[in-house]
Design a protein around this ligand. Structure first.
Ligand code: AMP
Length: 230
């Protein structure tokens, strides 16, 4: 049996940070399509070359490429897995194809968590984000500054701003979310899967709220779902 949860929300809502903590606390395998695409670009694969221009502009990579990427990832999953999707699906077509891919594997979506923050919080988070070139650790110039400007506390690597975190691209990414991804809210609301969580108050409160939804009344069965982690 394959079970999946989906983290939905605008860029900057805190999906990536929350996902890492939920992975540690509850053992879901984290699938971030943004990370997978950035990896493909870095490695210069065929997919990376096809996706790079869309990503640079803050636009969505075409659905057929995305579903192929996710199908390949699910194929390496084995049986009895628990997945957490972050940044996928982003269109109704992706949502439908994901449901089909899960059905084929006797799987289902158990929760869709909508992370909500005001627009000015999203803008401030994205434009201030810095990432370590070497280890991928995430900082923020105001909220989570490194000890030394521009240098990663963990590995000493150089911190940089993702091309798509620059202000003009951020404005476009938020508009793309409003136009293409917001329709998913209604889709999952109709299915009775959607739960809204306030993500403007920082990761500790956000993750606690999410864990209460995933693990009501302290049930233990959500811990370390995938023994080999992910
Ligand atoms: P993220 O890190 O999730 O904000 O993703 C960064 C960029 O990767 C997005 O702006 C899109 O260009 C691309 N991307 C990630 N996930 C998807 C998806 N599910 N569908 C289309 N494009 C995606």
């Amino acid at each position: 049996m394959l079970e999946a949860i989906i983290l939905l929300g605008a860029p900057g809502a805190g999906k990536g940070t929350a996902a890492e903590r939920i992975r540690e606390q509850a053992g879901y395998t984290h699938i971030s399509t943004g990370d997978m695409l950035r990896d493909a670009v870095k490695q210069g694969t065929e997919l990376g070359r096809a996706a790079e221009a869309y990503m640079r502009r803050g636009e969505l990579v075409p659905d057929d490429l995305m579903i192929r990427l996710v199908e390949e990832r699910l194929n390496t999953a084995g049986d009895g897995s628990f997945f957490m999707f972050d940044g996928f699906p982003r269109t109704l077509i992706q949502a439908e194809l994901l449901e089909e891919a899960l059905r084929k594997r006797d799987g289902k979506i158990t929760h869709v968590l909508l992370l909500e923050s005001p627009r000015e919080v999203l803008m401030q988070r994205l434009t201030g984000r810095r990432v370590c070139r070497r280890c991928g650790a995430i900082y923020h110039v105001v909220n989570v500054p490194p000890k030394r400007t521009g240098i990663c506390d963990l590995c000493g690597g150089e911190l940089y701003q993702r091309a798509d975190d620059q202000e003009a691209t951020v404005v476009n990414r938020l508009e793309v979310y409003r136009r293409q991804t917001e329709s998913l809210i209604e889709h999952y609301e109709r299915q009775g899967l959607l739960r809204r969580v306030d993500s403007s108050q920082g990761p500790d409160k956000l993750v606690a709220d999410i864990m209460r939804i995933l693990r009501p009344t302290g049930r233990e069965d959500a811990t370390h779902r995938n023994c080999r982690g992910g």
